[in-house]
Each structure stands twice: as C-alpha cells, then as structure tokens.
Write a protein that binds this ligand. Structure first.
Ligand SMILES: [Zn+2]
Length: 121
C-alpha cells in the first residue's frame, strides 16, 4: 500500500457535503504541508481526516493479529508526522482541524458539531 489516504472516501464526501450545506467554499488539492484533505483558504483552515487505523484511533483500532510490532511502529510514525505537520502549519498561521474518520459517518458527532461551530463565527 503506497498511499495512506484514498481520495473521495465516504468520510471525505461526508465532510464536503457538510461544508457545502453551510455554503463554505473549500479546496481539495491545495498545496500545503501534510496534504490536508480539505482546505478553507478564506479561513486559513486545514482539515485532515485521520484514518482510524492509520492514526491509531483508540475507539476503532483493531490491529492485525500478525506483525503487531510492525503496525504499532508504523502507526506511531504516522502520529508523529501528523504532530510535526500540525506544528508547521500553525507556525505559518494556519488553523488545523483533525477529525477521526469514524466521526464522519453520521451527523451530530462532536467533530461535526465542532466544524459547524467553527463556521458560525
Ligand atoms: Zn475511530
């Protein structure tokens, strides 16, 4: 598997639909550190959808039975990389929002509310 993120996944489409319903204009392939899934340039907001497996979501993660140390190390690297990306973006004046994949499968999850709240301002 060479790519961690697949394009146009269900959680991504869910987020885009949510933003559209609020009339928020977003960009998908904005060139930015860490390749955010969605960028709202007008608000300097970068949104990442963190895959529950790849980012080690405590709620959903089920490690494969074999090669556990390998997967744990891999997930740790992803998490560390995400932290570095967050720092870099913030140092350049971006706001960073990270949403768990599992929170974008239904409305009214804490993350969906967080996104809605952000744009109420
Ligand atoms: Zn999860």
């Amino acid at each position: 598997m060479s790519r961690i993120k697949a394009a146009n996944t269900a959680p991504e489409l869910f987020l885009r639909k949510l933003l559209r319903s609020k009339g928020i204009r977003y960009r998908l392939h904005y060139k930015l550190i860490g390749k955010p899934d969605v960028v709202v340039a007008s608000k300097k907001l970068a949104i990442f959808i963190d895959g529950c497996f790849w980012h080690g979501c405590r709620k959903c993660l089920r490690l494969p039975r074999t090669n556990k140390p390998y997967w744990i190390a891999k997930i740790k690297r992803n998490v560390n990389r995400a932290k570095i990306v967050n720092k870099k973006l913030k140092s350049e004046g971006w706001k960073v929002m990270r949403i768990w994949e599992h929170e974008l499968k239904q409305s009214a999850t804490p993350s969906v509310k967080k996104v809605e709240k952000f744009f109420e301002k």
